[in-house]
Design a protein around this ligand. Structure first.
Ligand code: DAH
Length: 343
């Protein structure tokens, strides 16, 4: 091989390295020249057959070619590394002019807002706010409320039963009994017992599901018991509550005779708005009545001495009316596009 041949080899190597687009391609190209079976390695092996003088010049020639090839290799390696760095810098570029990412701010669920409103209004009228178990005993949910096991009213309250005589409470009314019993026990034996005035909001359950019923729904119970509490007090309290809740003094109430095992007499409470899309329509929002003597007895109180009223309303219904929502299920689907509108 002559000087021209080593010059050619250097040129092809340079072109080969330049054509390598990735570090892996470049390493493959390197092997073709400098590897064990590479072309330059072959030339070095060929030296063994030459005489001493020839070996000297030829060796120097091959060495010069080797250095040139290695220089070309290192240069291309650097080029590829620079290009890779450039690419990464571009990809990870930080645009300081972009607006920052904010942490989303949460808000209260519309039904929770209703609950807070109900609590605030009744608290201002001297009512305590109580909380109780959602998994109830049969006795508190039904029997104590004058609804014994064979009572037909039970059929409207189908629910989920769990072991040990427990069930998911079908209404908030068992809280009347729980609260009143604790109250009666607290003042037992004393000459005077303060009146019982309480509301109990919370979750309730029934086997029901359509646009206006969900298997889990909310109720808010109310109870006012004393020695001289009458139906007119119920009318006054509930009318005041509704007018404040819906922010309309022109709102009308109607007490429509009804039946509940735990009240006598019983009434369904309807409201009619003085304006808005539902103007003039009677809409049912609560059940109510004078607490039945049997229930007062189960409170641990003497029905000859203590009398009063109870009511049970649906905060979900109140929320629908207040915001003009016509499908109850929207509240419990968890769709933030819907819920955000109430923030
Ligand atoms: N608990 C009844 C229901 O879920 C509602 C109700 C009616 C509650 C009359 C009361 C009441 O306290 O007096 O259907």
């Amino acid at each position: 091989m002559t000087r021209n041949d080593t010059d050619d080899l250097v040129r092809t190597a340079q072109a080969d390295f330049a054509a390598a687009a990735t570090p892996a391609e470049l390493e493959n190209a390197k092997a073709r020249y400098l590897g064990k079976a590479g072309r330059l390695t072959d030339l070095l092996k060929g030296l063994a057959t030459l005489g001493a003088d020839e070996k000297k010049t030829r060796g120097a020639q091959i060495n010069a070619a080797k250095q040139a090839i290695e220089a070309a290799l290192n240069e291309r390696r650097q080029e590829l590394a620079d290009a890779e760095l450039e690419r990464q810098l571009k990809a990870q570029a930080l645009d300081v002019t972009l607006p920052g990412r904010r942490r989303g701010s949460g808000g209260l669920h519309p039904v929770s807002r209703t609950m807070e409103r109900i609590e605030a209004i009744f608290a201002s009228m001297g009512f305590d706010v109580a909380d109780g178990p959602e998994i109830e005993t049969d006795w508190f949910n039904f029997t104590a409320l004058n609804t014994p096991p064979d009572h037909p009213a039970r059929s409207m309250h189908d629910t989920f039963y769990v072991e040990g005589g427990h069930l998911l409470r079908t209404h908030s009314s068992p809280m009347q009994v729980r609260y009143a019993r604790a109250h009666a026990r607290k003042y037992e034996g004393l000459a005077h017992m303060p009146e019982i005035r309480v509301i109990a909001p919370g979750r309730t359950y029934r086997v029901d599901s359509d646009a206006t019923h969900s298997p889990m729904f909310h109720q808010c119970e109310g109870l006012w018991i004393g020695e001289n509490v009458s139906f007119k007090d119920l009318k006054a309290v509930f009318t005041d509550f509704c007018r404040r809740f819906f922010e309309s003094d022109a709102l009308q109430l109607r007490f429509r005779p009804s039946f509940f095992p735990f009240t006598e007499p019983s009434a369904e409470i309807d409201v009619a708005f003085a304006s808005g899309p539902l103007k003039g329509q009677w809409l049912e929002i609560a059940g109510s009545g004078q607490v039945h003597p049997n229930v007062v007895r189960n409170f641990g109180l003497d029905p000859e001495r203590y009398i009063g009223f109870a009511f049970g309303m649906g905060p979900d219904r109140l929320t629908m009316l207040r915001y003009g929502v016509n499908d109850l299920r929207l509240f419990f689907d968890g769709d933030l596009r819907f819920l955000r509108q109430f923030q």
